[in-house]
Design a protein around this ligand. Structure first.
Ligand code: AR6
Length: 231
């Protein structure tokens, strides 16, 4: 049908690694290898104590839904530890669902050093944020704000003061940020997932009906934000 043809003509224009559209490269939305790539952590499964089995189902389901909506873009689930339970669960469930391994894969590494430390160029990274969108607090949030320097906090404040669970917000990174200049990251997408940790705000007290709904919303919102950057 006509609308989807227009979309595919526009977005799947240069799947090859050898040719990068100069306009797209200048706009900062295309990494050097020509494939827009979102690297994201497993939202809520560490500090927020969300069940990894349930989270892995939600990741694979939302990836399956969105992988067709991001043109030639790729989605990469990243975790820092080699023994990551969430990575192995997602990996095997993605195989069962026959998800195209060139469009979605898992990667062990530090989300803030993917190019320098892992040779993987991701132009967009997601952050498992807190509701105040503040630096620190440990986990991947502290690592991303540290690596990005004060530019990220300033740029974040300009866009949003807080985030509700299930929502995401895209922050274009100034080129002065080391995360941009060293790793090639042009955008950070903050995502707030559901919290099951009684020591953190908005704890859901084991209400997984609400929790799963919010986690699904969080990933949908994250992938929608990435799709908007790719377009
Ligand atoms: N690179 C890649 N993955 C990482 C890194 C890293 N540098 N650091 C952690 N992970 P978490 P949450 C993985 O706890 O559960 C924060 O303090 C980690 O192994 O960062 O959503 C915020 O301020 C796990 O798989 O996020 C919030 O208050 C995943 O990233 C709260 O924690 C997410 O772990 C959010 O908790």
């Amino acid at each position: 049908d006509a609308p989807s043809k227009v979309t595919s003509d526009k977005t799947i224009s240069e799947p090859s690694n050898h040719h990068v559209d100069e306009r797209q490269e200048q706009s900062g939305t295309q990494p050097l290898d020509g494939v827009p790539t979102l690297a994201f952590p497993s939202i809520s499964t560490a500090d927020f104590q969300f069940d990894t089995e349930k989270a892995s189902d939600i990741i694979v389901e939302t990836v399956e839904e969105f992988v067709h909506k991001i043109g030639n873009g790729r989605l990469v689930l990243v975790d820092i530890s080699h023994g990551s339970k969430i990575l192995s669960l997602v990996k095997s469930k993605a195989v069962v669902k026959n998800i195209d391994p060139t469009k979605f894969f898992t990667f062990v590494g530090d989300l803030t050093k993917l190019r320098s430390g892992g040779g993987l160029h991701c132009n967009v990274i997601a952050n498992a944020a807190n509701w105040r969108l503040k630096p620190g607090g440990g986990g991947v949030n502290a690592a991303i704000f540290d690596a990005a320097g004060p530019d990220l906090e300033t740029a974040t404040k300009k866009r949003a003061g807080s985030l509700s669970p299930g929502k995401a917000v895209t922050i274009p990174l100034p080129s002065t940020s080391p995360l941009f200049s060293k790793q090639g990251v042009t955008h950070v997408i903050h995502v707030l997932g559901p919290n099951m940790n009684p020591k953190r705000p908005n704890c859901l007290n084991d209400d997984y009906t609400t929790g799963c709904k919010i986690l699904r919303e969080a990933y949908s919102s994250l992938f929608e934000n990435f799709a908007s950057i790719v377009r």
